[in-house]
Design a protein around this ligand. Structure first.
Ligand SMILES: [Zn+2]
Length: 374
């Protein structure tokens, strides 16, 4: 179990390693953390966050002397895809949220592939208070129980948070008393301010003057339960929940089936009429007539305006639009919000796209046999 406990720090370091320009410097930080962990007698596994882009998860490897001497063990192709995905995020909040979801996915994948069915995380009440407020702002309010409660089950792995009752300061003081030097775990830092970073600054500033701030937020957030979770607990039939009930990106229970008289439906309708249609995007991205290869003379092709011709731009935009809509149907509300700030859904991890394709196929099959079901 200790292996997984330290893994989170490694991922965070590794993320820095991937995203920062000074790769060597990032690797040095990873080595420092690994040295610290192994010096305390814990076996230490290492995995890369970029592996989330691969269709099949890679097995984390045990820290050995050989690894110590290795510099770059990252698959360049995966690294490139990973960087493209994060570069395509239009906002820092989307970048941060996507990073958090992928980190959780890789942690659970690694735990599962190593044969662990229980995973202990080092979340404390300070980080959880920030998470409670920021997750609500990001549209993930229904997922709070899974992200805050002492125990939550996701992707066949039970996640525990044994230190959630402690403040960050208390943990740091304890480590100092025990003469344990732990390199400060770095967090993912987008270039500009995100909702999560603003929330963290707000909560920490408030805590300085009002020490009851964090306990109050934490206790309040801890009482919240999801109606989906409650329904699941009361449902005696475990088979009633299929893969289609889970988000393809973050694996949370889907919270998007709320009926017509719901705030979610009102938001969807509003977005439907206020967002740009493919035709409008086409007009914005239209290739100037004189640049069209099919009509070098210019003037008659109109290919980019949906009027015929080569139709290349039209197909690409339509395909992207359709794909984004298909992916959106398989995501929870929070992931949909993040997806809206992603320039191209085709850059999402291969496993997410495979899950979307599978859900789409199941939906088609269900519609086909609908009339024959008893
Ligand atoms: Zn999701």
């Amino acid at each position: 179990m200790e292996n997984i406990f330290v893994l989170k720090f490694l991922f965070l370091w590794k993320t820095e390693c991937v995203l920062c320009t000074a790769v060597d410097e990032g690797c040095e930080h990873v080595h420092k953390v690994v040295e610290q962990v192994t010096s305390m007698g814990f076996p230490c596994y290492i995995a890369m966050l970029e592996q989330v882009m691969a269709l099949q998860p890679h097995l984390p490897f045990l820290r050995t002397q050989e690894w110590k001497e290795m510099k770059h063990t990252v698959d360049e192709n995966l690294r490139k895809k990973f960087c493209e995905l994060f570069s395509s995020c239009k906002t820092a909040s989307a970048q941060q949220d996507l990073h958090d979801q992928l980190l959780q996915t890789v942690l659970k994948q690694c735990a599962y592939s190593l044969g662990f069915r229980k995973m202990f995380l080092g979340d404390n009440s300070t980080t959880l208070s920030v998470r409670i407020l920021s997750q609500v702002a990001l549209g993930r309010g229904s997922q709070l129980p899974a992200r805050v409660h002492f125990k939550a089950t996701s992707q066949n792995v039970e996640v525990y948070r044994p230190m959630r009752e402690l403040l960050e300061n208390e943990i740091i003081d304890y480590l100092n008393l025990q003469n344990i030097t732990v390199p400060r775990p770095p967090t993912f830092q987008p270039n500009c301010t995100s909702i999560a970073s603003c929330t963290e600054e707000f909560v920490r500033c408030l805590q300085k003057d009002f020490p009851a701030t964090i306990p109050t937020i934490f206790r309040t957030g801890d009482k919240l339960v999801s109606t989906t979770e409650t329904a699941k607990e009361h449902d005696s039939s475990a088979d009633s929940f299929t893969n289609d009930d889970f988000c393809a990106l973050c694996a949370s229970n889907l919270d998007t089936e709320k009926g017509e008289a719901s705030a979610l439906n009102a938001t969807v309708v509003s977005q439907k009429y206020s967002s740009k249609r493919p035709q409008e995007i086409l007009q914005q991205n239209a290739v100037p007539v004189q640049e069209c290869s099919k009509d070098p003379g210019g003037g008659m092709c109109h290919c980019a305006r949906g009027g015929g011709g080569c139709g290349k731009t039209e197909v690409n935009v339509d395909q992207k639009w359709e794909m984004a809509k298909t992916v959106e149907q398989c995501l929870c509300y929070g992931c949909r919000v993040t997806l809206r700030d992603l320039a191209d859904t085709g850059l999402l991890p291969a496993k997410v796209q495979a899950a979307v394709a599978e859900q789409k196929q199941r939906k088609i099959m269900r519609e086909q046999i609908q009339d024959f079901l008893l």
